[in-house]
Design a protein around this ligand. Structure first.
Ligand code: EPU
Length: 338
C-alpha cells in the first residue's frame, strides 16, 4: 500500500494535466482497500477512484483522496466446451488482458485492442470500439462498496450497460470500486470484421482468412494511425459521445448537409459521428497554444504539454456551441470532468 499527501496527478491522467490531490493511496488487494476505507482520516474525505486515468479531465486540484487500483492478476477460472471464463484484477492494464486472451486463443475482445485504461474502469463506460462493446463478452464483476467496505457481485443486467454507459455512471456513481472483472469468451471464434476500417486494413495486410490475432493487429494499426498515443500527446480518447438523434431530424439535416454520415440505432434514431460534426465546424487540427483538436480525429482533444484543464474544458464548450449553432445537435462529453 502507498499513501502520500499533496500528490501530483500529472502522470496519473493520460491528458497529462498537472493538478494535485490532497491525499493519494494505492491498494494492491481487496483487503488493503477494505483496511484503507476503515481508517477514520480517510472515511470523511471525498474519494476519487483512478484506474489508468484515461477518461478524465482534471480542471482543478482534487480536495480529497485519490484511490489508485493496483489489483493485478489474470487467469482462466472456468471452462466448458464453448466458453472460457477469464478473471482479471481491476488494476490490470486493459490491453494486457487482450494479449492474455489472444495468448490463450480466446476470442471476443480482439476488437478492443489497445484501448487505454484499466480492467476495472472498462465496465464504467462499457468501453467499445470497431463494432464490439465490453457488454458483449461481460460475465460479472466484483466491486467493493465505499460506504461499507463490502464486496458485491454484479452481473451484466445489474451493470445496466448502454452506449458508453453503466449503472456506475448514474445511480451507483462513485459508490463502488471494481476490484475484478470476469469475461466469458468464445473458444470457437466469431469474428466481427464488419467495421469498414477493419475490412480495408485486413485487405491491405493481404489476410484472406483472418484469425483473432489478425483482427487485433488490424485494430492496433488503425488506432495507431488515427489516435494520438497518450505517452506522446496528452489526450483521453474520444472527448464527446456520438450523438443519437431522431431519424426525422437526420432526414431534415441531410437536405442541407447531403454528406452527413449516420448509423441506424433503432427504427427511429440514428447515431451521427461527432468527429464529422466537429470537423465540419472547422475545428479539426486546430492548435491553440499548447492544446487543441487532434489532426487525424476531431473527436479527440489534445494537450501538447502544460495545458490547463480549464482551458481544454473551455475549448470543449466552444466546440459544443458551434456544433449546436450549425446543426442544432448538443454534444455530450464522454470523459469525466473534475
Ligand atoms: N469522422 C470525420 N472526421 C473526424 C473523425 C471522424 O468525418 O475527424 C467521421 C468519418 O465519417 C468516419 C466516422 O466519423 O467514418 C467514424 O469515425 P471513427 O471510425 O474514427 O469512429 P468514431 O465514431 O469517431 C468511435 C468511438 C471510438 C472508437 C471508434 C471505432 C465514440 C465516442 N468513439 O469513434 O472510441 O475507437 O468509434 O469504433 O463512440 C473512445 O471511446 O475513446 C474511442 C476512441
Amino acid at each position: 500500500m502507498k499513501f502520500e499527501s499533496d500528490f501530483s496527478l500529472k502522470s496519473y491522467n493520460t491528458f497529462g494535466i498537472d493538478v494535485k490531490a490532497k491525499h493519494f493511496a494505492r491498494f494492491d488487494s481487496v483487503q488493503e482497500l477494505q483496511e484503507l476505507l476503515q481508517r477514520p482520516e480517510i472515511r470523511e474525505e471525498n474519494k476519487l477512484i483512478l484506474g489508468g486515468g484515461s477518461n478524465v479531465l482534471f480542471t482543478k486540484d482534487f480536495d480529497g483522496i485519490v484511490l489508485l487500483n493496483g489489483i493485478k492478476g489474470m487467469e482462466v477460472v472456468r471452462e466448458d466446451e464453448e466458453f472460457a471464463y477469464v478473471r482479471a484484477g481491476g488494476g490490470e492494464v486493459w490491453h494486457n488482458l487482450v494479449l492474455f486472451c489472444l495468448e490463450h486463443n480466446l476470442g471476443g475482445i480482439e476488437n478492443l485492442s489497445l484501448i487505454p485504461g484499466t480492467v476495472g474502469a472498462a465496465p464504467l463506460q462499457n468501453i467499445g470500439a470497431y463494432g464490439v462493446e465490453l457488454k458483449d463478452v461481460f460475465y460479472e464483476l466484483e466491486a467493493v462498496e465505499l460506504a461499507t467496505g463490502e464486496l458485491h457481485t454484479f452481473d451484466g443486467e445489474a451493470c445496466r450497460f448502454g452506449y458508453r454507459e453503466s449503472v456506475f455512471k448514474h445511480e451507483a456513481k462513485g459508490e463502488y470500486i471494481v476490484t475484478a472483472v470476469v469475461l466469458k469468451l468464445h473458444k470457437q471464434h466469431q469474428l466481427n470484421t464488419s467495421y469498414g476500417a477493419i475490412k480495408t486494413t485486413l485487405e491491405e495486410m493481404q489476410v484472406q482468412q483472418p484469425t483473432i490475432h489478425d483482427v487485433s493487429a488490424a485494430v492496433c494499426h488503425i488506432r495507431r494511425s488515427k489516435l494520438p498515443d497518450p505517452a506522446q500527446i496528452g489526450n483521453a480518447g474520444s472527448f464527446f459521445k456520438n450523438p443519437e438523434i431522431p431519424t426525422l431530424l437526420f432526414d431534415v439535416l441531410k437536405v442541407k448537409h447531403p454528406d452527413m454520415p449516420a448509423y441506424p440505432v433503432s427504427g427511429t434514431t440514428v447515431k451521427v459521428p461527432a468527429g464529422w460534426l466537429i470537423e465540419q465546424c472547422g475545428w479539426k487540427g486546430k492548435v491553440i497554444g499548447n492544446y487543441g483538436v487532434h489532426k487525424n480525429q476531431a473527436l479527440v482533444l489534445v494537450n501538447y504539454g502544460g495545458a490547463e484543464g480549464e482551458k481544454v474544458l473551455a475549448l470543449a464548450h466552444d466546440i459544443i456551441q458551434s456544433v449546436q449553432e450549425k446543426f442544432g445537435i448538443v454534444l455530450q462529453p464522454e470523459v469525466n470532468i473534475l
